[in-house]
Design a protein around this ligand. Structure first.
Ligand SMILES: Nc1ncnc2c1ncn2[C@@H]1O[C@H](COP(=O)(O)OP(=O)(O)OP(=O)(O)O)[C@@H](O)[C@H]1O
Length: 485
């Protein structure tokens, strides 16, 4: 039977073009399905694009496929909505092949719609028994695997009837260092408390306590109590992963890991993808847009992400680039300034190749996997080495080649070199652009700047117009109210 499931899983993998496993996937498989047999919690520190998503998805799906019950048994937490949607797609490509259901809790749809997808309400007419003790009246989760962002996860924990982590077997905290940096309504202590070996915690929870009266109960025993190699199941297995995994014990202690095992791809903490080439371009601050345009012209419509340091500069740079007129590529912006639906639409167009250049904030930095990105351009130098690694890692994924260009002012060169020394391969060649290609762009740059100035002024006027209008209407309303009194 188990062999049958493995074959179905292998077929599902082949359908999405996976012929063999990457090293990190083999290593995790060995420690989970292989001889390691999930005896320890797993910490993975491997480069961007090395295949960490399937590294955890495969063993989880394999393990759950052989168990018959349907309830929430695996939870994967990610820091952003688009990233969670992407990871859900990976599970959705393999889990149904072995009869598993995957859910998404990210706030993409209304809470009510999400609940309808995630929670199964009992249908009385389906029960053959009339004995009230036999009828399961409580709603229950109808998915085996849930991919969630912390905020929406907490909404379900706090308010959704029937949403329970009681039977959870696997917890994945992807992009761990990012998720540990922010508390997000104390999602981690809450999840740990609801799944810890002390069953009392479940009874103590104000809303989840009564659900314990359901027909299925998971009683967890502590692994430590029984010795580390002993059988101490069911234990909540945790997997944490990042290309820049934190090694700070005070941060990791929040995860309450069980004999953690670190799987890492080398001696050094930070590693860039092997086939990534890094380049720096030195220019004066006010000439940066010119250098960027000349570089984009040089790259001739190849898929690129241009990273800036803020939401506002992303918006202005994208607007300015579009005023250049005849660039050989379609350019859009991606940042939290836009509504989620617009952002998702832009991302889809970028994935489909309808947009070649995406000007983005660091909202695009972590985990995003878009096929065919040939170049990453740091328009603004990243402030931290971790940011550099995640930005650069949007290219050269899955063993492909890719280039990362960083535009630097003279006074940034020293700091940039110091940052690169923390990475395994700190070779970063100087990339120069022909002087005449910059000079040729000057007239069109002046006119694009003029247009940007006008645009910013009209945008500011529009915004202040709206606000002064709303102040006027508020004052009018106050006056009317007073007259009524
Ligand atoms: N065994 C494999 N064979 C071929 N392609 C693979 C394999 N495993 C993963 N991939 C592909 O490699 C790409 C990168 O995978 P994934 O997004 O899991 O990387 P990652 O290590 O999580 O990166 P990041 O640290 O940036 O989040 C994806 O497009 C995925 O489909």
């Amino acid at each position: 039977m188990e062999k049958n499931f493995r074959m179905r899983l292998a077929e599902a993998l082949q359908k999405i073009g996976i012929q063999s496993l990457f090293p990190v996937q083999v290593a995790v498989w060995q420690e989970t399905i292989g001889p390691g047999a999930f005896e320890r919690d797993i910490c993975v520190n491997s480069p961007t694009g090395s295949g960490k998503t399937l590294a955890y998805a495969l063993p989880i799906v394999q393990m759950l496929s052989t168990q018959k019950i349907r309830c929430l048994r695996a939870l994967v937490v990610l820091p952003t909505r688009d990233l969670a949607i992407q990871v859900k797609e990976v599970f959705a490509a393999i889990a149904p092949a072995v009869g598993l259901r995957v859910g998404l809790a990210v706030g993409q749809s209304s809470l009510a719609d999400e609940i309808a997808e995630l929670i199964r309400r009992p249908k009385l007419e389906m029960c053959s028994s009339f004995d009230p003790d036999d009828i399961q009246m409580e709603p229950q989760t109808s998915v085996d695997i849930l991919v969630a962002t912390p905020g929406r996860l907490m909404d379900h924990i706090n308010t959704t009837k029937g949403f329970s982590l009681e039977h959870l077997c696997y917890l994945v905290v992807d992009e761990t260092d990012r998720l540990l940096r922010e508390a997000y309504q104390s999602w981690l202590p809450t999840v740990i408390q609801l799944t810890c070996s002390n069953v009392q915690a479940l009874f103590d929870h104000p809303r989840l306590g009564p659900l314990m009266s359901g027909s299925l109960t998971t009683i967890r025993r502590s692994g430590v109590e029984r010795g580390f190699k002993g059988k101490s199941y069911p234990r909540l297995v945790k997997m944490i992963l990042s290309a820049t995994l934190t090694q700070d014990p005070s941060k990791l202690s929040q995860l309450d890991l069980h004999h953690p095992l670190l799987l890492t791809s080398g001696q050094r903490r930070y590693k860039l993808p092997e086939k990534l080439e890094c380049y720096k371009l030195i220019c004066k601050s006010k000439l940066k847009p010119l250098y960027l345009v000349a570089l984009l012209q040089d790259l001739r419509g190849e898929k690129c992400i241009v990273f800036t340091s803020s939401v506002e500069s992303t918006h202005r740079l994208c607007t300015l680039l579009n005023f250049f007129g005849d660039l050989p590529c379609k350019i859009s912006e991606y940042s939290r300034r836009q509504h989620q639906s617009l952002r998702s639409k832009t991302l889809k167009a970028f994935r489909e190749g309808k947009i070649e250049v995406l000007v983005a904030t660091d909202a695009m930095t972590r985990g995003m996997d878009v096929e065919g990105i040939a170049n990453v351009i740091n328009y603004d130098m990243p402030a931290y080495v971790k940011t550099y690694i995640h930005r650069a890692g949007r290219t050269a994924r899955a063993g492909q080649t890719g280039r990362c260009f960083t535009l630097l002012r003279k006074d940034e060169i020293k700091r940039f070199s110091k940052m690169l020394r923390k990475i395994n391969n700190n070779s970063c060649n100087l990339h120069s652009l022909p002087d005449d290609s910059i000079e040729e762009l000057r007239p069109i740059y002046s006119s694009a700047l003029e247009k940007l100035k006008e645009y910013v002024e009209s945008e500011t006027a529009r915004k202040s117009g709206i606000s002064s209008k709303s102040v006027r209407s508020r004052d009018r309303k106050k006056g009317n109210d007073r007259m009524k009194e």
